[in-house]
Design a protein around this ligand. Sequence first.
Ligand SMILES: C[S@@+](CC[C@H](N)C(=O)[O-])C[C@H]1O[C@@H](n2cnc3c(N)ncnc32)[C@H](O)[C@@H]1O
Length: 334
Amino acid sequence: MLRPERGGRFVDCTLGLGGHAEAILLASPSALVIGIDTDAESLERATGRLENFGDRFIGIHANFKELAKVLHSLGIKTVEGIVADLGISSYQLAAPDRGFSFQQEAPLDARMDRSRGQTAADMVNTLEEAELADLIYAYGEERGARKIARMIIRERARQSIETTSQLANLVVRALNIKGRWRIHPATRTFQALRIAVNEEIEGLKEFISTAISCLAAEARFAVISFHSLEDRVVKTAFRLESGVCQCEYGSRDLLGGFGDLSPAASAYPDTDPDAASKAVERPSAAGANVVCHRCGAKKRVIVLTRKPIRSSSEEIQINPRSRSARLRVCERVP
Ligand SMILES: C[S@@+](CC[C@H](N)C(=O)[O-])C[C@H]1O[C@@H](n2cnc3c(N)ncnc32)[C@H](O)[C@@H]1O
């Protein structure tokens, strides 16, 4: 969907261990990749992996919210493609000392960027009971959030909660689930804390808007999310950026049938890589960038994926974690 074989400048905003960056670099000898990661250890590993590509790869330690600043520091205004593969990597999840998982005994940290910010331990030991319950419910979609918050408050009155196993055991006690479980009862609580610690949802909206500003005409932006909260933010932001009016007058396409909801756009299959170029050739699209003064909807992109693209069953067999991945892609209008 990114069409890396065209060459040009691409940004991998979630470099991780460099899998996507490497695939882009291999797709074209004239592709340059700027790889950003907030996790200094991942960045170091990926930089080692990609060193054979010489100056076609530039690794930068930053939060993707700072994308415009990063590009400015490199003297670049716009790029031909941007990819973001949200959340944490399998490497981070498995790292014994990072505190992302209840599978390993570790300090309750969960920060992607260990150079700044509050840890998960800081949060569970200081937030009010209601704040904890709201956080676990909102970011973990955990129905037992109140019970867990109550148990945290009770436990921390005895001793502070400092390790992953302390929290995991406490969640098991709070939910009091009988018998064997398929998914560990602490999964949702750990996810919620990780999202809160790294301000993942708040940062995402700002990032999407910035990323779209950094796209050259006809450049593409691909976002992979792993849970419904993230996907909802991406979907809504893409709709707004594609000129679908969000105000009280209803979801109307400001160009009368050229947004991602239009029947014409829907004629293109989700995965048709040429969908965007077919669409922009239509006369009604000329110079498309309409603003709704009521809700701020602006046509800056067309959405190429009416529904998110999911992993095939073959891919899920090879990589079971890909089962929850959802890919959405948009293209900048000229
Ligand atoms: C799912 S992994 C990406 C894996 C990568 N696609 C690969 O091929 O190895 C997500 C990565 O994004 C990083 N990350 C998450 N949020 C970030 C943010 N706000 N800014 C920069 N990097 C972020 C994480 O540290 C992690 O390394």
